[in-house]
Design a protein around this ligand. Structure first.
Ligand code: A2H
Length: 257
C-alpha cells in the first residue's frame, strides 16, 4: 500500500432481492424496515452510468454491518473496521455484524445501481477481487474498465461452467454496454483496449495492468462525458461533480484507506 491515503467513492447498491442462500442467512438478522446495501469502492464515479453488474470475490467472507438503525452494508470486515473510525457508521468506533456471508452465496442477488442506465443489476463472481483493497465489492463498468470488460467476456464465454457452478443465467450478462466517455481513441475505451491488446482472460494480469493505466490516463485527461447531467464536460471537471451529486443524494459516501 502507498504512503498517501487512497480516497474512494463507496456506492450504495440497495438489495432488492437476495440470492436463495443469502436470503436464508439474512432471515431474522436485519430489521424488516432496514435496507441492506452492497458497497463497491470506486475511483471512477463518473462512469457509474455504465454499471452492468456488481462483483464479489466468491471465496471471500463478507459481513452485513450495521451502519445505522435503517442501513446495513455488505463489505469485508477489514473495510468495516476502517469505516467505523471514519464517521461512516452512526456509532463511532462500534462494529456490529448482523451476519457473515460467503461471496459465493451472494451471487445472483439483485441490486439497484444508482445512476446506471440499468437500474437493476445482478451480483456476479470476480475471482481476482483483493480482500486487502477497498470494500471487497467492485461495481462493473465494462465500457471503461478493462478488468470488468475482460471478466464479462469470460463469464459469457464460459456460461455453462458458471451456470453449473453458481447458477448464473445468461440473461444477467446481456445488459447493453453503452458509451459513457468519448476519448480520442474510442467511446468504449476498455473494449477497444481489450481487443487491440488481445486480452484473452481476466488472468492476463500484465496486459490488463497496462490497459488499466492507459484507460485511466486517457479517460481522465482526454475524456469528455457523453451522458448525464455533465454531458459535454471534461471528465476531469465532471468527476468531482458526479461524486458530489451521488453523496448529496445519499447514494454514496467517501471511504479512505
Ligand atoms: B474501479 P486501486 Cl470504470 N479488488 O471502479 C480488485 N479491484 C478492486 C477492488 C478490489 N478489492 N476494489 C476496487 N477495485 C477496482 C470502476 C473503474 C475502476 C473503472 C475503470 C478503472 C477502475 C468500475 N469498476 O479501476 O488499486 C475498482 O474499479 C482501475 C484503477 O485502488 C476501483 O475503481 O487503484 C479500482 O479497482 C481501485 O483500484
Amino acid at each position: 500500500e502507498g504512503v498517501l491515503p487512497q480516497e474512494y467513492t463507496a456506492l450504495k447498491l440497495k438489495v432488492l432481492e437476495w440470492a436463495p442462500r443469502a436470503a436464508e442467512l439474512i432471515q431474522g438478522k436485519v430489521p424488516e424496515d432496514a435496507s441492506v446495501y452492497l458497497c463497491p469502492a470506486t475511483l471512477r464515479p463518473e462512469t457509474m452510468y455504465g454499471q452492468v453488474c456488481c462483483f464479489v470475490g466468491p471465496h471471500l467472507t463478507y459481513g452485513v454491518f450495521k451502519a445505522s438503525e435503517k442501513e446495513y452494508f455488505v463489505i469485508t470486515e477489514r473495510a468495516a473496521r476502517n469505516m467505523a473510525y471514519q464517521g461512516i457508521f452512526e456509532k463511532e468506533g462500534v462494529i456490529e455484524e448482523a451476519e457473515k456471508i460467503q461471496g459465493s452465496d451472494l451471487i445472483g442477488t439483485l441490486v439497484h445501481a444508482p445512476l446506471s442506465f440499468h437500474q437493476q443489476v445482478r451480483v456476479l463472481p470476480m475471482e481476482t477481487v483483493l480482500a486487502t483493497k477497498g470494500t471487497g465489492v467492485v461495481t462493473s463498468v465494462p465500457s471503461d474498465s478493462p478488468d470488468d470488460c475482460a471478466l464479462m467476456d469470460e463469464l459469457a464465454r464460459k456460461i455453462k461452467h458458471y451456470n453449473d457452478k453458481y447458477g448464473i443465467k445468461e440473461e444477467w450478462l446481456k445488459l447493453e454496454i453503452r458509451p459513457i466517455i468519448q476519448t480520442p481513441t474510442s467511446d468504449l475505451l476498455a473494449r477497444h483496449l481489450v481487443e487491440k491488446m488481445k486480452i484473452q482472460s481476466p488472468k492476463d494480469t500484465q496486459k490488463l495492468q497496462e490497459a488499466k493505466e492507459l484507460a485511466y490516463k486517457e479517460g481522465f485527461y482526454q475524456g469528455v462525458m457523453m451522458v448525464g447531467d455533465f454531458k459535454g464536460e471534461k471528465v476531469e471537471v465532471a468527476k468531482p461533480k458526479v461524486r458530489e451529486q451521488l453523496i448529496k443524494s445519499g447514494e454514496a459516501f467517501t471511504y479512505a484507506e
